[in-house]
Design a protein around this ligand. Structure first.
Ligand code: ATP
Ligand code: LTN
Length: 334
């Protein structure tokens, strides 16, 4: 809770390009929450450097991501959209929480195991303590919920454990957050290997639909999507490829799984894939147009960056000061 209102935090890394999984699993759901929550949507650039980044590219991608948040429908007057690196309280609380986190619990994180195996030449301590910084992000804003895709569930679990551990020593300092994960769209699969999630770090371009892909590219990628044996449009566990497409089509058109199966009864994969591609392209078009327009308006985006970082700092510092006092750090002399 903040200011008598429920609050929430979520963020995305400024690496790679946003894909349909990021949009359907997270960003699209964020837009519906602005009336009921005090919301904080962060471009988590501190998290991004757990993997080596080119400086100019990181700066460009961070700005593109922040602009895409707005283009996707987040009104920056109502939602606090900012860069993590502009609010030092994230890093300060991170240190404190490091001292309330166990090596054992961090070593069980599946994202760490996965990323460590992909970056064998750079298994840095930041990669290992990544979830602690994430806990700091969430707890700084006394978040009641954290809207994310399914893969982040474990990180929210560890955030809860850290918060409860801290509260058990110092009293009710942190709100214990709940994951907010929608039933559909929480795990969009790769178009090339439908048993793996669609991921920014996939080397195969055809595996993902990027939010700024044009209509022809989107349709081409869906046409090439790997589907299962058989030819019917049926949603089932043993047909991960076609089930993924049914789910995507359902969200893009607002139709249920049953309605979609009925609509395409007796029709083949080829026809269905084109329909999925067209529905996704028309869902993304308004976002792409808005992104183009916003990218040209430097003054507006700069204004958002400045004012929202100030707002985020105000709330974050309130929590940080409370934590520092509880711990016993000496008060500053004014
Ligand atoms: P990487 O796979 O390279 O780690 P990513 O594609 O998972 O990157 P993130 O920045 O880690 O991207 O995720 C941003 C948000 O998108 C998170 O809330 C995450 O849960 C969600 N998300 C990521 N991939 C998917 C997916 N395939 N389906 C649904 N949600 C997803
Ligand atoms: N770890 C997340 C990004 C992230 C985040 C957060 C999400 C960093 N801090 C706090 C929700 C809340 C990811 O990789 N998707």
């Amino acid at each position: 809770m903040l200011n008598g209102k429920k609050s929430l935090f979520s963020g995305m890394q400024a690496t790679g390009t946003l894909h349909l999984g990021n949009y359907l699993g997270a960003l699209k759901n964020w837009v519906e929450l602005e009336d009921d929550y005090e919301t904080f949507y962060c471009v988590v650039d501190l998290h991004s450097i757990t993997v080596r980044q080119d400086p100019a590219e990181l700066r460009r991608k961070a700005r593109a991501l922040l602009t895409l948040y707005i283009a996707a429908g987040l009104n920056p007057e109502k939602n606090c959209i900012y860069y993590q690196s502009h609010v030092p309280a994230h890093a300060e609380l991170n240190w404190i929480l490091n001292c309330f986190t166990y090596m054992g619990e961090l070593s069980r994180m599946t994202q760490y195991k996965d990323k460590a195996s992909k970056n064998e030449d750079n298994i840095n301590a930041g990669l290992f303590t990544y979830p602690v910084l994430m806990a700091a992000d969430i707890l700084l804003f006394q978040s009641d919920i954290v809207p994310v895709g399914d893969d982040q569930k474990q990180h929210i679990e560890i955030t809860r454990d850290i918060a409860q551990r801290f509260n058990s020593v110092y009293g009710e300092v942190f709100t214990i957050p709940e994951p907010y994960i929608k039933r559909t769209g929480a795990r969009i699969m790769s178009l090339q290997e439908p048993t793996k999630k669609m991921s920014k770090s996939d080397d195969n371009e055809n595996a993902s639909i990027f939010l700024l892909d044009n209509t022809d590219t989107i349709i081409r990628k869906f046409k090439r999507a790997v589907t299962d044996s058989g030819s019917e449009i049926i949603h089932s566990n043993d047909k991960p490829g076609i089930s993924n497409l049914i789910e995507i089509y359902g969200i893009a058109t607002g139709k249920s799984i049953d309605e979609t199966m009925k609509e395409f009864e007796g029709k083949g994969y080829g026809e269905f894939k084109i329909a999925v591609g067209e529905s996704v392209a028309s869902m993304l078009k308004p976002i792409q147009d808005k992104y183009e327009e916003l990218s040209k308006d430097k003054t507006y985006i700069d204004g958002v960056i400045k004012s929202n970082a100030e707002k985020a700092s105000y709330f974050a510092n309130k929590t940080l000061r409370k934590v520092q006092k509880k711990i016993g750090f000496p008060e500053k002399i004014k």
